[in-house]
Design a protein around this ligand. Sequence first.
Ligand code: WTA
Length: 645
Amino acid sequence: MRILSETSYAPDPDFAAAANGKAELFEQADADFEGFWADQARERITWAKPFTQTLDWSNAPFAKWFADGQLNVAHNCVDRHVEAGNGERVAIHFEGDQGDTRTITYADLQREVSKTANALQELGINKGDRVAIYMPMIPETIFTMLACARLGAPHSVIFGGFSADALHTRIVDADASVVVTTDGQWRRGKPAPLKAAVDESLTKGDHPVKHVLVVQRTKGEVAWNDDLDLWWHDVVDRQSDEHTAEPMDAEHPLFILYTSGTTGKPKGILHTSGGYLTQAAYTNSIVHDVHPETDVYWCTADVGWVTGHSYIVYGPLANGATQVLYEGTPDTPHQGRWWEIVQKYGVTILYTAPTAIRTFMKWGNDIPAKFDLSSIRLLGSVGEPINPEAWRWYRENIGGGKAPIVDTWWQTETGGIMISPLPGLTTLEPGSAQRPIPGIAAEILDDMGEPFTEPEKVGYLVLTKPWPAMLRTIWGDDQRYRDTYWSRFGEKYYFAGDGAKYDADGNIWLLGRVDDVMNVSGHRLSTAEIESALVSHESVAEAAVVGATDETTGQAVCAFVILREGFEDDGDDTVQELRNHVAKEIGPIAKPRQILVVPELPKTRSGKIMRRLLKDVAENREVGDVTTLADSSVMNLIKDGMAKG
Ligand code: WTA
């Protein structure tokens, strides 16, 4: 099978000279694994009580890192920067959906987080109590997360797009006694209710909630329950802006974040304090190459996802970085909104997802071209494999043809980046996340659980050593933790659930979730690889591929494509051309049996394509549950197209 990328990109010596990621890190980590991580933890984190033990793996797969040390995570992300004389440095440039802005320095952040911590304490939150956070992308969300960290009260952030049902399950599972929310959230210039979903979730059965703290954001109408509801401005504003952070054990729980599993019940991924913060800060420094004195960093993820936790809140703030926080959507009020923000703040580092990049490709090169993006010096990608075409478009049109791109593989469970190029050091291979970063160990196993290094052979990605930011368990379900991650290939290997292969240079290519790997006539094909082939055709903006059951071949390749602006759907001609193109790019075996030109693809609110639903269409089944789609009407458009075609 041919690798789609033909060119790699050598590091720029000027970039390399100033880069945080140095080759010595690999040598140090190889020579002394635990010593390496102990050094990172000591260098990057301020410990209230220094640790003497690094890793305790005696009760594997339950890890303890830096267990006899103590720290306060919020003190590390806020107070110590003020104490070091950097209180006037901007922590957050907030850009609201309505064009309202707010500049928050580290000294401001310290006051706001202290007030919020005092307020939560007044509402009965003590060390160990859980707080649910259901909020949009506004500064108060970050204040609340850090206030929880300050009190040692694990937060559970629930993405603002989730339904009342999802909210209820998560509030109950975590036994959260306080919920922090807003009256509403701005969406594409219009107010949408948010508290209403909290209200509804609390009617769905017994719940542990004693208070709902409500930030006024949109000033929309809200129902009010005097027994539970409190306005943020009534409770938080009158608090003292001083609060002393108490040190916590390194293994004290920091947060729970729910992620979907293969079965119905969401998994509450548990992260703890010292190890998580160490890896978040370390990776943000060596992978995103953040230089806190000079960079303006922008991670476009929502704080409701792990990327927002590690690379908006904990990593960058632990490093004392200056960052942009944007509340709105990329196309409101116009399709150049992001680039306008980059220009306005002089963003130097941009971290986003392939789905966004492909959307911008679809909108056209002329949109970013209208803005001055020359401040950008590094680009990042996360969430799914990035097609080489999208990679090149990103580098050319956003990165001025020179910015290195870090394609970062990791998961909610890993807490921080695991596999990624190091900018300035790695010769970049578009489409591949390349190598485990220093201190991380990964392998690819075959069906029998044997590691191999043979190029182009497809296997399963596993992690072979514990790492500081690893999940500690699934909240309340140690057995499910073992079963899900540590049983597929035995207790030695963390099973990531992703397919992967090496290329001839030893780079790792992630091939999508294992269930996205198809078997066509005994050949293993990756949905991601065929999608890349389709997107490499000049007419295709976005593509999703599923394996549909086929009597002859086991599975057959079915593709759904969105055409770029300016290209017409010429029916059979278009389909034939694209089928031939895939055959040419990968091989005849990968030729889609069926290609459907569609106006939109079904995506979750985090931007992941829901291939399960497309599979239902491809296999002529009733389409399954669409409630987690960002726009549930998309499936009707697709089915209508299918009926016509
Ligand atoms: C996928 C997001 C390829 C992968 C941080 C993983 C990726 C899942 C990449 C985790 C990447 C994430 N290349 N695939 N650079 N990054 N993935 O928990 O399938 O939302 O298992 O964490 O996303 O998704 P999660």
